[in-house]
Design a protein around this ligand. Structure first.
Ligand code: NAD
Length: 303
C-alpha cells in the first residue's frame, strides 16, 4: 500500500479536489489505497447542507480516509436529507447539529467543510482555524474584502490548511490551457477576457414576505446579515442575488472564471477594479444584484 501521511493527504485533497464532479478524479486515485488504519482516518463535518455542501461532502466521501462524523444546518429538512445521504453511502448516520458552534467545540473533527451562504463563510472558517481544524470553504471566500483578509490571516496564524471552492483549477482542460499560456507560446499577454452567459438564470418572480418554514432557525440563517422579515426568494440558493448575503452573478460564477485568469497569469489580486452593470434583462424581478455586468481589473505586470 502506498503510504501517504495524514497531514499530506489533507493538504493534497484540499488543493486538488472537492466540490463538483471534477474533484472526484483526484480523490478516486487516492481511494485505490483502500485499507486505512484508524490513525489515518480524517474526520469531517459539514456546515451548510444545501446543494453544494452535499456535493462537496460526497466528493470527500469518495476517499476511504474520510469519515463524516457530523453535519450542521439551520434547516432540519436539509440536515435530515444530508444525514440520510451519508447513512445510505457509508452505513453510519452522522450527528446532526443546528448550531455550528457545537461542531467548532468538538475535538474529534479534523476538517470542516463550510458551504453556508457567502455571508456565513468567515466566522465558522476562522473559528475552525482557531480550534485547530482544517477547512474547505466554498467560494466566494467572503462578501467583503476585509473579511477575506481576516480569514487568510487566521489560516496563517493558526497554521491551518484552508482551501476555497474554486474547483475548476483541478480540471484537466483548464490546467492544459494555463500550461500553454505559461509556455510562452502566446507571447506576452496584455489582456485576458473571461465571460459567462448564464442562460439558466432566467427571471426571478417576486414573492411576499412570510413566516420562515417550520423548524428553520431564521435568526441563525441571517447571522451577521441585517435583520429583516423572512422572504423565500432570499433564502436557499437564491440568497446569491442579494447584497446582504452575496455579490450576485459576478461573485457566484464570475469568481470561477476570474480565478482561472488569475491562475494563468500567476496573479492573486488586482490593484484596481472598475465595474458597470444593472438589471437590464429583468428590470422588475426580485433580484437585487445586476443580471448584466462587466468589470475591468487592473494588475501589475507579470514578469
Ligand atoms: N464551487 C462551486 O462550484 C459552487 C457551486 C454552488 C454553490 N457554491 C457555494 O456554496 C455555498 C452554498 O451554496 P448552495 O447553493 O449550496 O446554497 P443553499 O442555500 O442551497 O445551501 C446553504 C445551506 O446553508 C445553510 N445555512 C445557512 N446558515 C447556516 C448556519 N449559520 N449554520 C448552518 N447552516 C446554515 C442553509 O440552511 C442551507 O441549507 C455558497 O457560498 C455558494 O457560493 C459553490
Amino acid at each position: 500500500m502506498k503510504s501517504i501521511s495524514r497531514r499530506n493527504f489533507i493538504s493534497k485533497s484540499a488543493v486538488a479536489a472537492v466540490g463538483a464532479g471534477l474533484a472526484g478524479q483526484a480523490v478516486t486515485a487516492l481511494a485505490e489505497d483502500a485499507k486505512v488504519s484508524a490513525n489515518d482516518k480524517i474526520s469531517v463535518a459539514l456546515i451548510g447542507c444545501g446543494g453544494q455542501g452535499r456535493a462537496d461532502l460526497n466528493a470527500f466521501l469518495r476517499s476511504p480516509e474520510i469519515e463524516c462524523l457530523a453535519l450542521c444546518d439551520v434547516d432540519p429538512t436539509h440536515l435530515e436529507k444530508a444525514q440520510k445521504g451519508v447513512e445510505d453511502k457509508t452505513g453510519r448516520k452522522p450527528d446532526g447539529h443546528k448550531d455550528f458552534r457545537e461542531i467548532i467545540d468538538r475535538k474529534d473533527i479534523d476538517v470542516v467543510i463550510v458551504a453556508t451562504p457567502d455571508h456565513w463563510h468567515p466566522i465558522p472558517t476562522m473559528l475552525a482555524c482557531q480550534t485547530g481544524k482544517d477547512v474547505y470553504v466554498e467560494k466566494p471566500l467572503s462578501v467583503s474584502i476585509g473579511e477575506g483578509r481576516a480569514m487568510v490571516k487566521a489560516a496563517r496564524k493558526h497554521n491551518r490548511v484552508v482551501q476555497m471552492g474554486t474547483q475548476q483549477r483541478s480540471a484537466g482542460h483548464f490546467k492544459d490551457a494555463v500550461a500553454f499560456v505559461k509556455s510562452g507560446e502566446l507571447g506576452k499577454i496584455r489582456l485576458v477576457r473571461t465571460w459567462a452567459y448564464l442562460d439558466w438564470k432566467g427571471e426571478l418572480p417576486k414573492v411576499e414576505d412570510s413566516d420562515p418554514p417550520e423548524g428553520v432557525d431564521y435568526d441563525m440563517w441571517l447571522g451577521p446579515a441585517p435583520k429583516r422579515p423572512f422572504n423565500k426568494r432570499r433564502f436557499h440558493f437564491d440568497f446569491r442575488w442579494y447584497w446582504d448575503y452575496s455579490g450576485g452573478l459576478m461573485t457566484d460564477w464570475g469568481a470561477h472564471m476570474i480565478d482561472i485568469a488569475n491562475m494563468g497569469m500567476d496573479v492573486i489580486s488586482p490593484k484596481s477594479a472598475l465595474s458597470i452593470g444593472g438589471k437590464n434583462g429583468y428590470p422588475d424581478d426580485a433580484m437585487e444584484t445586476p443580471d448584466t455586468q462587466q468589470a475591468i481589473l487592473e494588475y501589475d505586470a507579470t514578469p
